[in-house]
Write a protein that binds this ligand. Structure first.
Ligand SMILES: [Mg+2]
Length: 324
């Protein structure tokens, strides 16, 4: 007999991860959580639907990793610490092996990122996963999008373009899956299913950055959000954009540019730094404490503009990912 909802929760989701402040976890009508004094709650939610946000027949472990990590990336972008999460799982059928793999992968990430499942819901229907992460941030200290000032320096963590390149693996009209080596394929899939939430970087940036966002819709679109929210514009130098050398070897420069500027799903942080903190950020980068690069400056003129190495403006062709 298939498991009912109560048994699914008992068997797979009653004790998943560890965190502070859980007065009452899974098993009652609500979870009861203690928010430490001087902290504010940071809340984010994301739904992933099979066939839209990940390919049909993706492995349960892959789906679990991505579902939690995209949310943790939003927590990182606020300079917050994750503590708790809830899960709403819609399943076409109850499969023990699917649930086992899914919950084990979720447990691995919950433990490594320091958060715990505190509640959820299961329903029958087309496969979809909704995770809500709750974190805390010091009172009045969240890294919001609208905090940048004119002249602030713009930085990016990690490297860009791999998330969008990975997406094109799932596109039947793209020949990337055929031409890429096994090693490259694995790197791209890893990047797609296990994006690295930049929590450590977000914590460093709390007191140093003026604004931050995680890159989910593409650099131009997401930096555009910082610019607009701050009532400013941004100038970026294309030659400074961080691109992994193995990615450069993978496709024509025009594809790469498209992936880097307009492709989403990188889950790197884009952040701005006021002049007074720039030396400190640069020294953290030099000592490899912080993996980030400078890419440009905030400007008074609205919009995001790109420049080449000679300082010439470069015309952009596309705009970022639209959800609808
Ligand atoms: Mg975000």
């Amino acid at each position: 007999m298939p498991l009912d909802e109560f048994s699914i929760i008992q068997k797979y989701f009653s004790s998943l991860g560890e965190s502070q402040g859980i007065s009452l976890g899974v098993g009652d009508d609500c979870a009861i959580l203690d928010i430490p004094k001087g902290k504010q709650l940071a809340v984010t939610v994301d739904t992933l639907v099979e066939g839209i946000h990940f390919p049909v027949r993706a492995s349960p472990a892959d789906i679990a990793h991505r579902s939690l990590r995209v949310n943790l990336s939003d927590i990182a972008a606020m300079g917050a610490d994750p503590h708790w999460f809830t899960l709403a799982l819609t399943l076409p059928e109850v499969s023990d092996s699917w649930l086992h793999q899914f919950s084990q992968a979720l447990l691995t990430d919950a433990l490594s990122f320091g958060c715990a499942l505190v509640g959820g819901d299961t329903t029958a229907g087309p496969l979809s996963i909704t995770i809500q992460v709750l974190g805390t941030v010091s009172q009045g200290k969240p890294l919001i999008r609208g905090g940048a000032q004119e002249g602030d320096s713009i930085y990016i963590t990690g490297s860009l373009g791999e998330g969008a390149a990975a997406l094109s693996l799932f596109d039947a009209t793209s020949d990337l899956a055929r031409i890429a080596t096994k090693d490259t394929l694995n790197r791209l899939l890893q990047r797609f299913y296990r994006p690295e939430p930049r929590l450590k970087e977000g914590a460093y940036l709390r007191d140093l950055a003026s604004a931050a966002i995680d890159i989910s819709d593409g650099l131009i679109a997401d930096l555009g959000h910082i610019a607009k929210s701050s009532g400013l514009g941004a100038n970026i130098e294309l030659d400074r954009l961080p691109i992994a050398s193995w990615l450069l070897a993978l496709a024509e420069p025009s594809y790469i540019e498209d992936w880097v500027l307009f492709g989403g799903d990188d889950y790197e942080l884009c952040f701005t730094v006021p002049n007074r903190n720039k030396d400190l950020i640069e020294s953290m980068i030099s000592s490899r404490e912080l993996n980030a690069v400078y890419i440009g400056k905030m400007s008074k003129i609205p919009g995001v503009r790109c420049f080449d190495s000679r300082g010439q403006a470069v015309e952009l062709k596309k705009s970022g990912y639209q959800h609808f």
